[in-house]
Design a protein around this ligand. Structure first.
Ligand code: ADP
Ligand code: MG
Length: 299
C-alpha cells in the first residue's frame, strides 16, 4: 500500500506523542488480552459444567431404564408366578418409567429455557390450569416413588379445590410441581407424609400452593441457593447420591417466566415447605398478544 497520495503527512509527528499513543495501545491490548482470558476461562467452566450435567443425566436415565429391562426380562422369562409379586413388579416398572420421563422432560426443558427465557419464546399456549386437579394427578403419578419408603402424598382439597384456575403454560407448570414433589419424596424420612395444600388469595388474585415434607432440612443459611444452577446441599448428596441440582433452578426459571413466585422455608417441626404463587389473570394481556401473534404466524 502506498501513502503517496493519502494527503497525510507524518513529517511533523512528535516522537513523544507517538510513544504515548503506543503505550496506550499496549495498555488497551493488555486489557483485551485479560478480558479474552477471563472469557476463555468462563467458557471452559461452562463446558465442564455441561459435560458433568450430561454425564449426570445419562447416568440417571440409564439406571431406571435398566431396572425396567430387568423386570420385563423376569416377567417374560416366567420367573415370577405369584400374582402379588407380579403386581409389585408392574408397579416398580411404572415408577421407574415415571422417573425416566421426568428426567427426560427436565433435560429437554433445560436446553429450551437456556436458549430463551421469555414467555413469548415458549411455543406452547397459555391456558387455564386447575391447580387442584393438577396436584391430585401429580400425587397419583408420583405416589409409587414413595412406596419403598412408605412415604404417602396427600392433597388437602379444601380450600384449594375452590380456587379459580390460573393462566399458565400447563406442561411447564406441571414440571415445576413434578420437580418439587420428586424432591419431597426423595428427601423425606421413612414413613412420613408429603402434604400438598393451597388457597386462593382474593387480595391480589393469586393462587398459592404449598408442598411440605419432613426429612433432611433445607440448608439453614442462604436457602435461596437451592434455586441456583447445580446447587445441592451436602445432606441432599448424602441422602440421595444421584441428582443434578437442576430441578429447582428449572422450577424457578419457569415460575419467573410466569411472573409468579417460588420460595422455600422451614415450617413447623422442621419441615421443608415450598410455596408457589401464580396469578389468576396476570398474563391475560400476554395471552391475547400470543394468540394474535400465532394467528399471524399461521396465515
Ligand atoms: N423437600 C426438600 N427437603 C429438603 N431439601 C430440599 C428439598 N427440595 C430441595 N431441597 C434442596 O434443594 C437442592 C436443590 O434441589 P434440586 O435442584 O431439585 O436438585 P437435586 O434434587 O438434584 O439435588 C437439593 O439438593 C436439596 O439440598
Ligand atoms: Mg431434584
Amino acid at each position: 500500500m502506498s501513502f503517496k497520495n493519502s494527503g497525510h503527512s507524518h513529517k511533523n509527528a512528535d516522537p513523544l506523542d507517538t510513544n504515548i499513543e503506543l503505550n496506550q495501545l499496549k495498555k488497551e491490548n493488555d486489557l483485551l488480552k485479560e478480558k479474552n482470558k477471563a472469557l476463555q476461562n468462563q467458557l471452559e467452566q461452562l463446558t465442564k459444567e455441561q459435560i458433568i450435567y450430561l454425564q449426570n443425566v445419562s447416568h440417571q436415565l440409564v439406571a431406571p431404564l435398566n431396572a425396567i429391562k430387568w423386570h420385563i426380562e423376569n416377567l417374560t422369562a416366567g420367573r415370577i408366578h405369584n400374582l402379588d409379586r407380579i403386581k409389585t413388579v408392574l408397579r416398580s416398572i411404572y415408577s421407574q418409567a415415571t422417573i425416566s420421563v421426568h428426567l427426560a422432560k427436565n433435560f429437554a426443558l433445560m436446553s429450551n429455557l437456556e436458549a430463551d427465557q421469555t414467555l413469548s419464546a415458549q411455543r406452547e399456549p397459555l391456558e387455564l390450569v386447575n391447580l387442584h386437579l393438577l396436584m391430585v394427578n401429580l400425587a397419583n403419578d408420583f405416589q409409587p416413588l414413595g412406596w419403598g419408603k412408605k412415604v404417602h402424598i396427600s392433597v388437602t382439597d379444601d380450600p384449594l379445590e375452590k380456587a379459580p384456575p390460573v393462566l399458565a403454560i400447563k406442561n411447564l407448570i406441571s414440571q415445576v410441581f413434578s420437580n418439587i414433589i420428586d424432591n419431597a419424596i426423595k428427601y423425606s424420612a421413612e414413613e412420613t407424609d408429603v402434604e400438598i395444600y393451597g388457597r386462593h388469595n382474593p387480595g391480589d388474585d393469586t393462587v398459592l400452593v404449598y408442598i411440605a415434607s419432613k426429612g433432611i432440612p433445607l440448608p439453614s443459611t442462604e436457602i435461596e441457593r437451592i434455586f441456583n444452577r447445580g446447587y445441592r446441599s451436602e445432606q441432599a448428596k448424602n441422602a440421595n447420591p444421584p441428582g443434578t441440582g437442576f430441578g429447582m433452578y428449572i422450577a424457578k426459571k419457569i415460575i419467573d417466566i410466569h411472573e409468579g413466585n417460588i420460595t422455600a422455608f422451614t415450617g413447623e417441626h422442621g419441615s421443608s415447605v415450598f410455596e408457589v404463587t401464580l396469578s389468576v389473570k396476570g398474563l391475560t394481556g400476554k395471552a391475547i398478544q400470543r394468540a394474535a401473534k400465532d394467528n399471524i404466524d399461521h396465515r
